[in-house]
Design a protein around this ligand. Sequence first.
Ligand code: BGC
Length: 414
Amino acid sequence: MRILTTTLTAVAALTAVTCAQAQDVEVLHWWTSGGEAAALNVLKDDLSGQGIGWQDMPVAGGGGTQAMTVLRARVTSGNAPTAVQMLGFDITDWAKEGALADLNTLADQNKWGDVIPAALQKFATHDGKWVAAPVNVHSTNWVWANKAIMDELGISQPQTWDEFVAAMQKAKDAGYTALAHGGQAWQEATIFDAVAMAAGGPEFYQKAFVELDEDTLSSDTMKEVFDRMGTLRGFVDDNFSGRDWNLATAMVINGDAAFQLMGDWAKGEFLNAGKTPGEDFLCYRFPGTQQQVTFNSDQFAMFDQDGAVSDQQAALASAILSPGFQIAFNKVKGSVPARTDLDVAELDACGQQGYEEFKAAAASGNLFGSFAHGHANPAAVKNAMYDVITAHFNGEYDSATAVDELVTAVQINK
Ligand code: BGC
């Protein structure tokens, strides 16, 4: 069914080929929730202030898997969009194909190299060429909590896995959905990101997801990670299957659920609903990952249509990296700026915490690209991992079988 939907979306995208005017940018992205759309408007408004029109090419589906399928179809048919939201290794893969415009002139003029951290440059550049403009830094190892429920039940910030399980049990016993969750593969992988980091620590994460080390992938610790996923499965409601992530966030916003485990794009939903961190909702690092940050960075790659960067593409890329835009956009999106030289006093408490933690984690060797969001491995490995994680979450495999399946999936796809 998922394949069918994706194919139909791809066909629709091909047949509804937009007739972008010369002065327009056509932007392919997956920012379709309320909070995401609000953030995207900051970019649209910035460009329209410069007289540049916007041809919107939204492809729903958190994490961007469907968007990448549509992109492939568009490029194959010789009709690449002007600019595309992309993550991590997807950028590298397209750069290797020679499909992306060279942004070096712009990057040199604006000294991007001095202000974009190395962890982001790793993906924004390829073979000495800037090929993408980083918009932000998200991180995936967050817990979002409904403050009124925490107060009512006397739950303080869980510091360990056991405390977190006890907190979820308390919420469940009180009649709440303990864990708001949307049963889609990328959401399960997003949770797995944090659970794996907490259960195994940074070295385990590096070996398993970055180096794809077989001993680590097949270890008892990996079985423990799956066991913990099974525990979490016991705290979701009956209707979780297929639910979009933002609807899960809404359950926490509305006081139906106590917690959601999700990247900080969830904060964009709380803010869009008029909620305030510290008053209506709380942001915690996933228990056991207080020192670590698993990050992903949304970047815009420009497709090389005529051999050179067009004026519109250059305007889009410079707008994205301008200090004012970085603050204005990330305030709404839930992420933090991609530049390290900014005063973030305007960000809310969770945003300021996220910005400091990103920098501290980078300095102490605790910053890792999120495997769930394409920053640890190319799409083939990522998607193969998704399949195993989601099959286990849905009860198709016990933990020991899931470990074996993970090892095989990686062997075949790496
Ligand atoms: C992107 C976010 C987006 C989220 C849900 C992530 O992969 O980095 O910008 O909000 O998916 O759609």
